[in-house]
Design a protein around this ligand. Structure first.
Ligand SMILES: Nc1ncnc2c1ncn2[C@@H]1O[C@H](COP(=O)(O)OP(=O)(O)OP(=O)(O)O)[C@@H](O)[C@H]1O
Length: 226
């Protein structure tokens, strides 16, 4: 699947106790564009990313992905949207330790209502191979940080999503592993025309994106062009 465009208008997010986590923000992302989100710690970057995934409970405004405003969907409809269109790469991987790389990368098959799950499994296996992870019966609990992160990327892409949302994908990696990961992620996203939005502090990653959005103190500030 190719990427989806994004049109965000007046998006704000409230947290527990009514605290405003994100002031009304408006911006657009073209289908297939690679956009970074940067800003100081605690600024609201992950809050924004999770809102774009439909994972923030208290949002107002419009989050229009390819013509569909997910902010006004029910929880079940949003979950279906995510299943069909979004691949998430979480900061702390969220892998299942007792599963192999393939078990994790093809995890979506465990939740998919689709009857024909073989294509997802074979795409997951092909992605792992492309990402240089040897076919292994080892569980991921013995994998290095870089290997775990590559499994997380294969999992995010296994269902052939239109959109990849990544939260600090290089945070726990050393420079060499981070650079390899950045290359893998961006090459995969670009070669398949997917829309990629990644929160990061990593200048090397942000420099490879088409442009970046900056968040400061719960506000989207003037976008900076990379
Ligand atoms: N549900 C919530 N209720 C109240 N406050 C929250 C909630 N979720 C996050 N916060 C607070 O909102 C602020 C922004 O959090 P967020 O995780 O978006 O920051 P960030 O820019 O991604 O930071 P970092 O770079 O450190 O990961 C933080 O002060 C955080 O503690």
């Amino acid at each position: 699947m190719a990427g989806l465009s994004l049109d965000v208008s007046g998006l704000s997010v409230t947290g527990s106790g009514g605290r405003v986590l994100l002031q009304p923000a408006s911006f657009q992302v073209r289908a297939g564009e690679a956009v970074g989100i940067l800003g100081p710690s605690g600024a609201g970057k992950s809050t924004l990313l999770y809102a774009l995934a439909g994972l923030q409970p208290k949002v107002t405004g419009v989050i229009n992905w390819g013509g569909q405003d997910i902010a006004c969907l029910s929880d079940a409809e949003r979950a279906r949207f995510r299943r069909n269109h979004v691949g998430m790469v979480f900061q702390d991987f969220l892998l299942f330790e007792e599963l192999t790389a393939l078990g994790n990368a093809a995890l979506t098959t465990a939740f998919s209502p689709r009857k024909d799950l073989a294509p997802i499994r074979s795409r997951a296996a092909a992605l792992l191979e492309r990402l240089g992870l040897p076919h292994s019966k080892r569980n991921v609990d013995s994998f290095s940080g870089g290997e775990r992160q590559r499994v997380a990327i294969a999992r995010a892409l296994a269902n052939d999503p239109d959109i990849i949302l990544a939260d600090e994908p290089t945070a726990s990696l050393d420079r060499a592993a981070a650079d390899r990961l950045i290359g893998d992620l961006i090459t995969l996203a670009r070669s398949e025309g997917k829309t990629l939005i990644a929160v990061s502090h990593d200048r090397h990653l942000l420099d490879r994106m088409d442009r970046s959005l900056q968040v400061a103190d719960g506000q989207l500030v003037e976008p900076s062009h990379a």
